[in-house]
Design a protein around this ligand. Structure first.
Ligand code: FAD
Length: 259
């Protein structure tokens, strides 16, 4: 992360540079950290890539990269290199499709005020919010409501480098994810549980002091999302859903600082 040159970021926008940096890191660094992928872990990786192919609103070159990785993984029953490590496979893959997913890491909307803050975890939340919203826009609200959330749950369980985070997330998922009955509810489940995480982490030592944890979206970003009930703050969930649909839409993804 280049923190020496602060970039101008608008928090009401989503940046392609953050999304592509997250994909680069998750596909080429985090998911291939394990010496060998097999069984449930390999299945989780395949599901993750298939879901990206289906819903990630990427540039054509990135979509081509994801599609060929997906086809390649589907045809890959046994690793031709003996001990089944994905690392050689992914580098061969990269060589045959040069420069389709940029290899540099540039954080814009997810840039922290110091190196240890924000970056990849911020990008991962952003990608999964975006994917739940794209899945909800595809119609068929009641069909496969957990399509994206269950892939996220598997990804976090098998690959997310922060193990404490993965345990927390799994506990939330085990408690209530199965009750999600539509794609719209999946969008709102992820939003409300991300806010639960924000509340738990507010004021803690992983919080970037320049980006305090908020209940999101704050009133100045979405006044209509907030209401008062019996003198208490409450969310207007239909308004929140509409806000998320616009915020995490392809039209709100900006190319600033993308390679
Ligand atoms: P983030 O919380 O990463 O949010 C990224 C962006 O998403 C924000 O800038 C905002 O634009 C948007 N956003 C914020 N809230 C919402 C919302 N409710 N709905 C939709 N969009 C929103 N860190 C720990 O220290 N302990 C943990 O247990 C932990 N668990 C985690 C579990 C998961 C699955 C993930 C992905 C991350 C976890 N983290 C945990 C990291 C932590 O949640 C933050 O990602 C990190 O601290 C960076 O915070 P941030 O300020 O960039 O905002």
């Amino acid at each position: 992360t280049n923190v020496s040159q602060p970039k101008h970021a608008d928090r009401s926008k989503v940046y392609m540079a953050d999304l592509e940096s997250t994909l680069h890191y998750s596909l080429r660094v985090e998911a291939t950290r394990a010496a060998a992928l097999s069984g449930a872990q390999l299945a989780a990786f395949k599901c993750y890539v298939s879901m990206l192919v289906k819903y990630f609103p990427g540039r054509p070159c990135v979509q081509t990269y994801l599609q060929s990785l997906d086809v390649w993984l589907k045809n890959w029953t046994e690793c031709p290199w003996g001990p089944c490590s994905l690392t050689p496979c992914l580098s061969v893959h990269q060589a045959s499709h040069p420069a389709v997913l940029p290899t540099n890491v540039t954080w814009v909307g997810c840039q922290g005020s110091e190196r240890q803050f924000r970056g990849y975890p911020c990008g991962l939340w952003t990608i999964f919010h975006l994917l739940t919203v794209q899945a909800a826009r595809s119609g068929h609200d009641k069909e496969l409501p957990l399509e994206v959330l269950s892939v996220m749950r598997c990804y976090v369980r098998y690959f997310f480098g922060c193990q404490e985070c993965a345990q927390h997330f799994e506990a939330m998922a085990a408690e209530s994810m199965d009750r999600v009955a539509s794609r719209k509810e999946a969008v709102l489940w992820l939003w409300s549980h991300h806010n639960e995480v924000n509340a738990r982490l507010a004021g803690g030592d992983t919080e970037d002091p320049m980006f305090p944890k908020l209940q999101w979206p704050p009133p100045d970003m979405c006044p209509q999302c907030h209401k008062e009930e019996h003198g208490m703050h409450a969310w207007d969930e239909p308004a929140v859903f509409n806000f998320l649909k616009v915020h995490f839409s392809p039209a709100n993804i900006y190319m600033d600082y993308a390679e």
